[in-house]
Design a protein around this ligand. Structure first.
Ligand SMILES: NC(=O)c1ccc[n+]([C@@H]2O[C@H](COP(=O)([O-])OP(=O)(O)OC[C@H]3O[C@@H](n4cnc5c(N)ncnc54)[C@H](OP(=O)(O)O)[C@@H]3O)[C@@H](O)[C@H]2O)c1
Length: 320
């Protein structure tokens, strides 16, 4: 269900293959959740093409270990690590202050960090954790960094969503699971739909000023993301996959669609798109964990409503 990809790009294309021939010298890229999995590989691949990189980590030692590996693999000496806990608005504000104190312009923001299917938990500010960290945290971060993105235009904001968005729209009547029983997959699905809607509304607000926004499904990749899953959960994921096959990707292939969204020349000047396998995905309203994007995730009215609801929850307006 995807539109034709560039030069045979597809499921197994790696981040290095996407970036071949692309020069990122002079560009600054910020990757959240760079301490593990897809974020670490996204940062490495962008650094290998000359970008200066800031990765965020909850655990600075873990982030520094990734930064050392990136420096060793690429020869790049321009990899910074800074602390960011997306489940705390105080941490996000402190990070943004430090970032803006050091950097005037930001060219690529990859909102990659995420938590999946965890037991019910609240963020430091009392929000259900998956919506709070995956969506609200990145919403606040991006808004705080908007002056640097506008100064860096043309700039791109990449939201790492998931095929999991197919499991739930944003349930505006009870976003934080205050009146319905908590369901770890519906909460993940809702947060990942919010990632797509955020890209739609951010594009509407900033696209004309040269900041374009994208959301994507990276593929199914074995990383620390599965840390909360039991064997039973994994068996169920396999049963629900089309043809009973998860079609897993390697980590280098899992980071490919993120760097494609961040750099592909053919995406220049447009955004508000949902990508998978290094191409723009088509709409697909089928039930189940198949490819394509559900229309509720691209709905411009829901995207505006989510922006307002997010402002209300955070108690701050962001009139970009
Ligand atoms: N892997 C897949 O199959 C898959 C499929 C679809 C979508 N995705 C999406 O891809 C993104 C990256 O996932 P991954 O597979 O690379 O998983 P991962 O290896 O678990 O990496 C997630 C990253 O996010 C960070 N993180 C988690 N919660 C955070 C919080 N509250 N505040 C700040 N940082 C936080 C983690 O920090 P720590 O290192 O401290 O844990 C880690 O750096 C996620 O958004 C995920 O939803 C992945």
């Amino acid at each position: 269900m995807t539109a034709p990809a560039r030069d045979g790009f597809g499921h197994d294309t790696t981040a290095d293959e996407v970036l071949a021939g692309i020069d990122l010298s002079g560009k600054l890229a910020l990757v959240t959740g760079g301490s593990s999995g897809l974020g670490a590989e996204t940062a490495r691949a962008l650094a290998a093409r000359g970008a200066r990189i800031v990765i965020t980590a909850r655990n600075l030692d873990k982030g520094e270990a990734v930064a050392r590996e990136i420096r060793a693999a690429t020869g790049a000496d321009v990899v910074e690590v800074d602390e960011l806990e997306l489940g705390s608005t105080a941490s996000i504000r402190a990070f943004a202050d430090r970032f803006l104190g050091k950097h005037d312009a930001l060219h690529i923001l990859v909102n990659n960090a995420g938590v999946m299917a965890c037991p019910f938990e609240r963020t430091a500010d009392g929000f259900e954790l998956q919506f709070g960290a995956n969506h609200l945290g990145h919403f606040l971060l991006t808004n705080l960094l908007a002056p640097a993105l506008l100064a860096g235009a043309p700039a791109r904001v990449v939201s790492v969503s998931s095929r999991g968005h197919r499991m739930s729209p944003v349930v505006f009547d009870d976003i934080l699971f205050e009146r319905r029983p908590y369901h770890k997959w519906l909460a993940y699905g809702q947060s990942k739909t919010a990632n797509v809607l955020f890209a739609v509304e951010l594009e509407r607000r900033l696209g004309a000023r040269g900041v374009h926004a994208y959301a994507l499904h990276p593929g199914g990749i074995v990383t620390e993301l599965q840390r909360h899953l039991s064997q039973e959960d994994i068996d169920e994921l396999i049963r629900n996959a089309p043809g009973g096959d998860l079609r897993l990707k390697s980590i280098p292939a899992g980071a490919a669609t993120s760097v494609y969204a961040a750099t592909a020349p053919e995406l220049e000047g447009r955004g508000g798109l949902y990508l998978e396998d290094c191409a723009v995905a088509e709409r697909n309203e089928e039930e189940g964990m198949t490819s394509g994007v559900r229309s509720y995730a691209l709905d411009p009215d829901a995207a505006q409503r989510l922006w307002s609801a997010s402002e209300e929850l955070l108690g701050q307006r962001f009139p970009l």
